[in-house]
Write a protein that binds this ligand. Structure first.
Ligand SMILES: Cc1ncc(COP(=O)(O)O)c(C=O)c1O
Length: 404
């Protein structure tokens, strides 16, 4: 008899030994992936229902994106912004048009794009709105997640994200998410922006009350305040539209984008706004060595092309309706509540049954990867290329897990 030696335990132990413990991953060691599926080092296959927190909206190794990356790898990969390269304008132009904005500023990670939006809003406040020096205020929502820099965690309300990382950056006012009266009350002449996620992802896929985003838009317009939509997780097809904020027919002054913009291949983020806003930056005031590099732009241009077809938004809306119907059917059978739009759901598991972490561990044992957040909530966000069959299979596995 031959004994099979599994590689997973050793790979997990090595990762544990050699890295900072800033994550608590599921015990799965991925070796390969394609579409909505990943394969671990022992050959087990899993449906990826996290999709890199929406960085993999187009699936793992989408052929068009891989081809664009390969072609660019054979030409030029990095120049820095000290020079212009031939992929830059096409990406910025394409993304600006997708957003309906005049200008784009590319960065790398989501947090960098959020930092960019904050800097631009502050400078706009001083130079355009006329706010007194050092007085600019930005209104944000409780339970937000905008990234991990010291400035961004300064306005986080999550103790894990914030504690021990002070001193904190001033200039942010936190109001309850979805509370329009609180936003109205927080606005004063020093307010330069309202920065919010149109759907709060990390908080558990929280959809604000109907009319909230439209109300914020109105308040911003009335008070000469910039509305900044952090669509890093909610955008680029995830909710059945290009941007989640479109569900309320709202156009923000600034979009903050990331994750799926890099096609699951490279980190690409950006802010998009009109010249009256983004035009405030001058050479030397902001930048990034890697932001807008040729490889990022080549992949990003292909991402924009994929989104221009509308195919992924349509899939997300159609399959999302199927996913939400399937999840609603589990209410009372281990599920307490379901939220979300398109192929994006926050599912509250009955805390008497199990924690979100336990649910994700049991799902992983059944070949479905998902991620818990805050106690008994799990998040489902499959790649938008997921098939109906795969979707039904994953929902059946969840039903089994809840059955115990
Ligand atoms: C809404 C939102 N903003 C910003 C970020 C930060 O992006 P990154 O991890 O690429 O810095 C995230 C990441 O989860 C996010 O969900």
């Amino acid at each position: 008899m031959t004994t099979v030696e599994f590689r997973t335990p050793g790979a997990l132990a090595d990762a544990e030994k050699w890295t900072a413990h800033n994550y608590h991953p599921l015990p799965v060691v991925v070796a390969e992936a394609e579409g909505a599926w990943v394969t671990d080092v022992d050959g087990r296959r899993y449906l990826d229902f996290l999709a890199g927190y929406s960085a993999l909206n187009f699936g793992h190794r989408h052929p068009g994106l891989i081809a664009a990356a390969h072609a660019q790898l054979d030409r030029v990969t990095l120049t820095s912004r000290a020079f212009v390269h031939d992929q830059f304008a096409a990406f910025c132009h394409g993304l600006a048009e997708l957003c309906g904005k005049e200008l784009v500023l590319p960065m790398n990670t989501g947090a960098e794009a959020v930092e960019t939006a904050i800097k631009v809003a502050r400078k706009w406040g001083y130079r355009v709105k006329g706010v007194a020096d050092e007085r600019a205020e930005i209104i944000v929502a409780a339970d937000n997640f905008h990234g991990r820099t010291t400035t961004i965690v300064s306005f986080s309300t999550d103790p894990d994200a914030r504690a021990d990382f002070g001193p904190y950056t001033p200039g942010f006012v936190v109001v309850p998410y979805g509370d329009l009266a609180a936003v109205r009350a927080a606005i004063n002449p020093n307010t330069v922006a309202v920065l919010m996620e149109p759907i709060q992802g990390e908080a558990g896929v929280l959809v604000p009350p109907a009319g909230f985003l439209a109300g914020v838009r109105e308040l911003c317009t009335e008070n000469n305040v910039l509305m900044i939509a952090d669509e890093i997780q909610s955008g680029l097809g995830r909710t059945g539209k290009t941007f989640a904020i479109e569900h309320e027919d709202v156009v923000p002054d600034m979009y903050v984008l990331g994750k799926a913009l890099g096609g699951g291949i490279v980190p690409v983020s950006a802010v998009a706004a009109d010249r009256a806003v983004l035009g405030v930056l001058r050479p030397g005031e902001h930048g990034s060595t890697f932001g807008g590099n040729p490889l990022a732009c080549a992949v990003g241009t292909e991402v924009v092309r994929l989104l221009e077809t509308g195919e992924f938004q349509e899939r997300s809306a159609r399959l999302g309706a199927r996913m939400h119907a399937g999840l609603e059917a589990l209410i009372g059978k281990g599920v307490v509540a379901v939220r979300g739009r398109g192929l994006w759901a926050g599912v509250d598991i009955d805390p008497l049954l199990m924690t979100g972490r336990q649910a994700c561990e049991r799902l992983a044992e059944r070949g479905v990867l998902a991620k818990d957040t805050h106690g008994s909530t799990i998040r489902l966000a499959p790649p938008l290329v997921v098939t109906e069959e795969d979707l039904d299979h994953a929902l059946a596995q969840l039903a089994e897990v809840l059955r115990g």
